[in-house]
Design a protein around this ligand. Structure first.
Ligand SMILES: C[S@@+](CC[C@H](N)C(=O)[O-])C[C@H]1O[C@@H](n2cnc3c(N)ncnc32)[C@H](O)[C@@H]1O
Length: 306
């Protein structure tokens, strides 16, 4: 009897299981549209690659074209190095893969990037830039004496597609990439050069673990510069994002924009921990900047608390 019971219970459970509801016509159409969009990405990337020369630097179209030019979307890159504090199990990490080159077209962050980067993009037009002779990295201080040069910091380098975009967009800036594993970048850097990347500017790359930022001397990396543009496209967990923000905070310029990618909920934590900043959230992208009014209020309240 005891042998029969569990299987009979199982049979009853199986027969009692409610029939699966068929997805509605609307849901099926939406699923089909999403699949068609996914299939169309390679064609769209090719189109953007071919039309890059027609686009004005810094526009959403230019950002998509430039990302496509430097390799576009890549997926299935195995995770080879992780931090000591990564909460994922070893088995999960062994199975995990990474994707890159997906911010402008796949995630459709290009319009938000174009809008938020506009105040930081130098005033040259695309035609002026095309006339510029090819040269190595510009390390000259910007005109105006004590003004510090623009520093663009990207956390999460992978194949370096992002760094290639930033070097084209900010030919006079210092472009710095941080990652826990720089091997995929070193393995791809020659390909990036052959695709035309880094002709006007060269990035610097350093090892960094967002889950243990205190192990790395970020002050030494940033030096006397200040960060105007920061892009967090690394580990994507709340802890990693907030750790990194706390580590980078002392080096942020008076005017800055800080992008956090692929995390739909972290904007709430950022708002709570950094009330002095203006936080804007758009889907999985969060954009942080200095809110002039709130920043002054915060400084006043900190001073009066002393
Ligand atoms: C989504 S990929 C970056 C894609 C890249 N920004 C691009 O434009 O193609 C994520 C990167 O974050 C890095 N990463 C993962 N965990 C990290 C951590 N704890 N600290 C620093 N970087 C990390 C990975 O090594 C990987 O290169």
């Amino acid at each position: 009897m005891s042998n029969i019971r569990p299987s009979s219970v199982k049979i009853r459970k199986l027969t009692e299981r409610k029939p699966q509801r068929r997805p509605t016509l609307r849901a099926r159409i939406a699923r089909g549209a999403r699949a068609a969009k996914r299939r169309s990405y390679p064609v769209r990337e090719r189109y953007y690659r071919l039309t890059r020369a027609l686009r004005s630097r810094g526009t959403a179209g230019w950002l998509i074209s430039t990302e496509a030019t430097y390799g576009g979307y890549v997926e299935g890159v195995p995770v080879r190095r992780t931090g000591r504090c990564d909460p994922k199990s070893t088995a999960a990490l062994r199975r995990a893969t990474m994707a890159g080159g997906d911010r402008m077209l796949r995630h459709a962050y290009a319009p938000a990037y174009a809008r938020r980067l506009r105040p930081f993009v130098p005033e040259h037009t695309a035609r002026e830039l095309a006339r510029e002779p090819t040269r190595g990295p510009s390390r000259a201080e910007p005109a105006g004496g004590c003004r510090r040069r623009t520093t663009v910091l990207e956390i999460g380098v992978l194949h370096g597609t992002g760094l290639a975009i930033w070097c084209d967009l900010f030919p006079d800036a210092r472009v710095v990439g941080l990652d826990i594993d720089l091997d995929p970048y070193y393995a791809n850097v020659n390909r990036l050069h052959s695709l035309g990347a880094f002709r006007r500017n060269q990035p610097e790359v350093y090892l960094f673990d967002q889950l243990e930022p205190e192990r790395y001397d970020i002050a030494e990396i940033i030096g006397h510069d200040t960060v105007q543009v920061c892009i967090d496209d690394g580990h994507h967990s709340n802890r990693a994002v907030l750790n990194t923000m706390h580590a980078v905070l002392p080096f942020l310029d008076q005017q800055f924009v800080y992008f956090v990618e692929d995390n739909p909920g972290v904007h709430r934590r950022i708002r709570a921990q950094f009330p002095q900043f203006a936080v804007e959230s758009a889907g999985e992208l969060t954009m942080v900047s200095r809110d002039a009014d709130r920043s002054t209020l915060w400084q006043v309240s900190c001073l009066s608390a002393l």
